[in-house]
Design a protein around this ligand. Sequence first.
Ligand code: ADP
Ligand code: MG
Length: 238
Amino acid sequence: MGSLKIENVKKAFGPVEVLKGINLEVTDGEFVVFVGPSGCGKSTLLRVIAGLEDSTSGRVVIDGQDVSVTPPAKRGIAMVFQTYALYPHLTVKNNMGLGLKQAGTPAAEIDRRIGIASSMLSLEPYLERRPAELSGGQRQRVAIGRAVVREPKLFLFDEPLSNLDAALRVNTRLEIAQLHRRLKATMIYVTHDQVEAMTLADKIVVLNAGRIEQIGGPMELYNSPANEFVAGFIGSPK
Ligand code: ADP
Ligand code: MG
C-alpha cells in the first residue's frame, strides 16, 4: 500500500499563491521525481503531501484517506531532508530508533529494525557514534535509515543529495535506488538535478512556478518534451 492522489491542491502564503492547482496520481511502489527550479514549490508540495502544511484548497489522499484528517503517526510517511536533521547528542542507533521509541515500539522490535536498516545501508560500524563523528554521506545514510525503520508506505525525499560532494552523490543515489527495489515502497523524490531525475524515476513531474508542466517517464520527457521549459530542463539538446 502507498498510493497517492493529489487533487487540485493550491497553497498560498498570504497573497502569494505558491501551488496553483496540482493534480497527480502515484501508484503503489512507484518512484516519482519532482523536478523544477529553485522556488517553484517542490518543498511546499512535499510538506503538503506529508500533512506538515495544510493546503489552501484541494486535498491529498493516501490509500483512500485524506491526509489532513489522519493523525501524523497513522499516515505511514517518512521524510528525508537535505540537511539530515539528526540529533547531535544521540548516537546513530538512538537517532534511528527515537521515533519508534516515542511511538511505544518494544525495544526488541526497535533493535530488529535497526539491525535490518543498518545492514542495508552499511551503517553497522557506526551505530555507537554521534553525528559529528560521521561524514556527510554517512549522516545522510543515518537519516535514510531513520526513515526505513519506521517502515513507511510512502518515503518523501527533499533534495537528499544536495549537500554531498559528487562522488558521494552517485553512491547515495545508488543506495536509494537499491532501497526502492528492496522495499518496494512508494517514493517521492525532489531534486533540481536532471541526472538524478533521469536515473531514479519511474515517472518525472516537471514543476514550474507552482504548476505541473509535464508528467511522464524519463525517456518520454527526454524525447517528447511538451514545451520549451521542459526541453530546457530535461529534453534532448536541440
Ligand atoms: P522549492 O523547494 O521548489 O525551492 P519552496 O516550496 O521551498 O520551493 O518555495 C516556493 C515558494 O514559496 C518560494 O517563493 C518561497 O519563498 C515560498 N515559501 C515557502 N515557504 C514559505 C513560508 N512558510 N512562508 C512564506 N513563503 C514561503
Ligand atoms: Mg526546496
